[in-house]
Write a protein that binds this ligand. Structure first.
Ligand code: ADP
Length: 544
């Protein structure tokens, strides 16, 4: 078994000789302990959501050997991270920091540069450093998952505190916020609710932002700005630092909640619905991120594979979707609105009545009575998520294909009916053209609408994978031509997406590059992340 488990040669970072690489590995192993440095010479195991690989992308959309780590290092403290950064500068070894590596659909744990050393922060740096029930705040390390934070709040009996969770609760609270992830309570904009970072810079300085820079402060998690320029934004979706601690505001328990579901019949209803949603959302009558989903996902969320509904190739026939829905408690429809209202019963009633009156203006709209839905219905998963309880039901739709993977196209638009419809038509044309199934989710943060198009493919089918990537590339380009940009993307698509933010002769990227070269003169930290390449790599064929 041992010999079988060691049958790959490690992939080394480009430009470093094998002997020098192993000399470097010996040095960091001595410093951090042998158990905390692992050469990636074992067969690549894709694992699954609860045991994600930290050496590559478990849902690779190209050959998984393309984006693979040479080694993984497990720091146990901020000082360890500092040592790793000094070491990387000495040997010019690219590092790729991850918190927990559950960034599925956007590249997982894979480094953009083949052979980079993954710094897996989550494994050992997983302490909840503080939960303050009076200020309603917390301070966490990278390895704290939503589940861990939720369970600790319960264990301590802080009934007055809620946390906010994204669709899947296994990810890192800190990592998700750094990548601008969202959740579904009124505290759903994770980046916006953060206060305070501790960062190790690419040259190894340890910095605390905001009030954290003031020795002896007791305000790090209650006032994000501190004094002087607000630098926090520089460390999100970037490669300017390794974040080792992050603070957040927590939502007070609102004293009750009630989830609701409305269905809408026709594709074109989307336009009227979004027009209704905008003022209600901006006024906070709709208090959590609107979740307008295309009904095809209902079939996939049943956890049954696509073949049980339809055995043919090409895009899934919508006729079949409608046939299935006729026997489902939701009934025949095209769009579903999942929402939640907060507060005591009498407060909720005021808001729910307005929502009902407005939503029912769409001809054919229906309110689904939650009490009539079985406890296994996906509605109850949304109810848990929208009340801050981590959940994993959302994983079900990945089983649409036998060995399912997914990649997302995530453009941002204003919350306007015409824009929603335009994006929908664009995505629908691609859906037909590329012959892959798409799941659509229009998420309204506040004034903006994120359309999340999840393209699902069979990971064993190289043609489907290539098609999925081609569909994403085409969507990004067409969206940009129409004035829409993505808020987040797969690491293989970062260069393309970054390239669409080109106003004034790419002024933004030129500034990003100037910062990169200044902060990371040796270009060791996550080269290529968000399309930002250090000088050492620029214009040498890395950009794709
Ligand atoms: P998750 O937090 O969902 O498990 P990851 O750990 O894969 O996901 O984080 C998503 C991405 O965010 C990573 O690929 C990495 O680029 C970046 N990232 C995550 N954690 C950190 C961190 N502590 N410091 C800097 N960048 C990070």
């Amino acid at each position: 078994k041992e010999s079988r488990a060691r049958n790959r040669l490690p992939v080394l970072p480009q430009g470093i000789e094998k002997t020098r690489f192993f000399l470097a590995i010996d040095e960091i192993s001595r410093d951090l302990g042998n158990d905390n440095v692992e050469i990636n010479d074992k067969p690549l195991d894709d694992g699954w959501y609860m045991e994600p690989p930290n050496t590559h992308d478990g849902m690779a959309i190209t050959d998984e050997e393309e984006l693979v780590a040479s080694a993984v290092i497990y720091p146990g403290s901020t000082d360890d991270v500092q040592s790793i950064v000094h070491w990387a500068n000495k040997y010019l070894i690219p590092l790729h920091p991850i918190s927990m590596g559950r960034n599925f659909g956007y590249g997982g744990a894979a480094p953009r540069v083949r052979g980079a050393v993954v710094v897996d922060l989550g494994k050992r740096m997983n302490r909840i450093l503080d939960i303050n029930p009076d200020d309603c705040t917390c301070l966490v390390e990278p390895g704290v998952s939503y589940y861990a934070l939720y369970e600790e709040v319960q264990r301590r009996g802080y009934k007055n505190l809620w946390i906010d969770v994204p669709d899947l609760g296994g990810g890192s609270v800190l990592g998700n916020a750094l990548d601008h992830g969202v959740g579904y309570t009124p505290y759903g904009d994770h980046w916006a609710t953060h206060s305070g970072l501790e960062v190790v810079t690419p040259t190894g300085e340890i910095v605390r932002t905001g009030m954290g820079a003031l020795p002896g402060n007791n305000t790090w998690q209650v006032f994000p700005y501190g004094f002087g320029p607000f630098l926090d934004g520089m460390f999100s979706q970037s490669n300017y630092g390794i974040v080792t601690k992050m603070g957040f505001g927590l939502m007070p328990n609102p004293g009750g909640h009630e989830s609701f579901l409305y269905t809408f019949k026709k594709e074109e209803d989307l336009e009227q619905l979004v027009e209704i949603v905008r003022p209600l959302r901006i006024a906070m009558i709709l208090e959590n991120a609107a979740n307008i989903r295309h009904a095809l996902q209902v079939l996939a969320l049943s956890g049954k594979p696509r073949s049980t509904f339809y055995d043919g190739n090409g895009p899934f026939p919508i006729k079949k979707m409608h046939e299935f829905l006729q026997t489902h408690p939701y009934g025949e429809c095209t769009w579903l609105y999942y929402g939640t209202c907060y507060g005591p019963k009498e407060v909720r009633k005021l808001k729910l009545d307005i929502i009902h009156r407005e939503f029912m203006k769409v001809p054919g709209a229906r309110r689904i009575e939650p009490a009539k839905l079985p406890p296994t219905d996906y509605f109850w998963s949304r109810d848990r998520i929208s009340s801050g309880e981590p959940d994993l039901e959302e994983l079900a739709w990945v089983n649409w294909w036998p060995n399912g993977g997914h990649v997302a196209f995530s453009p941002v638009a204003p919350t306007r009916g015409a824009d929603a419809l335009r994006l929908w038509h664009m995505a629908k044309e691609h859906w037909a053209k590329f012959g892959l199934d798409f799941f659509f989710d229009f998420v309204v943060g506040l004034r903006e609408l994120h359309l999340i198009v999840e393209c699902v493919y069979d990971r064993d089918d190289s043609k489907q994978r290539a098609n999925a990537l081609a569909a994403m590339r085409s969507l990004i380009q067409e969206a940009a031509e129409k004035g829409y940009g993505e808020y987040r993307t797969h690491l293989l698509l970062s260069d393309q997406v970054a390239g669409t933010y080109s106003w004034n002769d790419n002024a933004l990227m030129r500034l990003n590059e100037k910062l990169k070269d200044c902060l990371d003169p040796n270009g060791i930290l996550a080269p290529g992340r968000s399309g930002i390449w250090p000088a050492r790599y620029r214009g040498r064929g890395w950009e794709i």
